[in-house]
Design a protein around this ligand. Structure first.
Ligand code: G4P
Length: 294
């Protein structure tokens, strides 16, 4: 049981409506849409309006940061998307793993009809245009940079900061349309907001980092206890609360204030940082079955 009290996360970025409008008005310029999701939080990092926004445009899903997600869970997600008639592939923009399969899969499984139509119309030289969408921090710039094989796109956007669209030419007669980030419009479901906070998709300034790290520890002790034991060399018992766990870690790491009290804030920041940088191992934060009851 976790006795952590956490205030609801509230964040409504002002540019959301503008972004929605921009996506709608640029859709006629592209042949398809690639939505980048975080492999650790595929549905939490998916904007629920996406399907309505992109209408019947061919689209595919790129499960990015797959290097940080656990592989059997990523396979479950790929099967989930397949069941929903969406082609999904795991990619890792850090090392480039999976990137090579993107273009062949796009051409043969997503835009095959469009390409065939172009061939039959004798318009083979026309570039294929693809809109790239995803919430901030999911890896859009990293993906586009990898595809463009140069540092054309800045990789410095902060969650909640607006930027403008840009076209990026890549090999093979393909052009990518990089759109500004779209974030989950309503944090009605706090579970989703918390998962996005774990991965750093929500601006840290608005978060209670201690409560967040206790929630993360509670999740990890239930789903990935070995990761905690191996990283922090602590003993875990079933009834440990988030506070118990953070205390154990702080003590183990010698994170104490001058009076000998535990430095909770320092421990919390460390735990969140280590999780986000992958030091705790490959961890997935949600599975398709977590969403089966709405
Ligand atoms: P965005 O355009 O969607 O906002 O995301 P961006 O590409 O800026 O990526 C956000 C952060 O995620 C970056 O880290 C980036 O390096 C990291 N990232 C992107 N793709 C992957 C991936 O497949 N695996 C892993 N492990 N990380 C990925 P950062 O800390 O903001 O910058 P830096 O580490 O590159 O300096």
């Amino acid at each position: 049981m976790d006795n952590t009290q956490m205030k609801n996360i509230q964040w409504f970025p002002g540019h959301m409506t503008k972004t929605r409008r921009m996506i709608a008005s640029n859709l006629s310029l592209v042949d398809g849409v690639a939505e980048i999701l975080d492999a650790r939080t595929p549905l939490s990092s998916h904007n629920p309006e996406m399907d309505r926004l992109i209408k019947d445009k061919p689209h595919m899903v790129l499960l990015n940061k797959s290097d940080m997600a656990d592989e059997p869970s990523t396979q479950k997600w790929i099967a989930y998307f397949k069941k929903n008639n969406v082609v999904a592939i795991p990619i890792d923009c850090k090392t480039g793993k999976g990137i090579k399969s993107f273009l062949p899969i796009l051409k043969t499984r997503v835009l095959n009809e469009t390409i065939q139509k172009r061939i039959s119309q004798g318009a083979v030289g026309m570039p294929i245009r693809l809109m790239i969408l995803g919430i901030p921090n999911v890896g859009k710039s990293s993906f586009i940079n990898k595809m463009a094989k140069s540092k054309k796109t800045k990789v410095e956007d902060r969650p909640g900061v607006t930027r403008t669209k840009q076209w990026v030419k890549i090999d093979d007669g393909i052009e990518l349309l990089d759109m500004p980030g779209v974030l989950w419009p309503k944090f009605e479901d706090q579970k989703i907001a918390v998962r996005l906070a774990f991965t750093g998709s929500i601006n840290d300034d608005i978060l209670d980092i201690e409560a967040l790290s206790m929630k993360l520890l509670t999740y990890l002790s239930a789903k990935y206890p070995a990761a905690l034991v191996s990283r922090y060399k602590i003993q875990i018992s079933d009834d440990d609360s988030g506070l118990d766990l953070i205390n154990k870690i702080a003590i183990k790491r010698g994170m104490l204030l001058s009076g000998g009290e535990i430095n909770l804030e320092r421990a919390a920041i460390t735990i969140i940082d280590e999780f986000r940088s992958g030091k705790l191992g490959k961890i997935t934060l949600e599975l398709p079955e977590d969403f089966s009851n709405g």
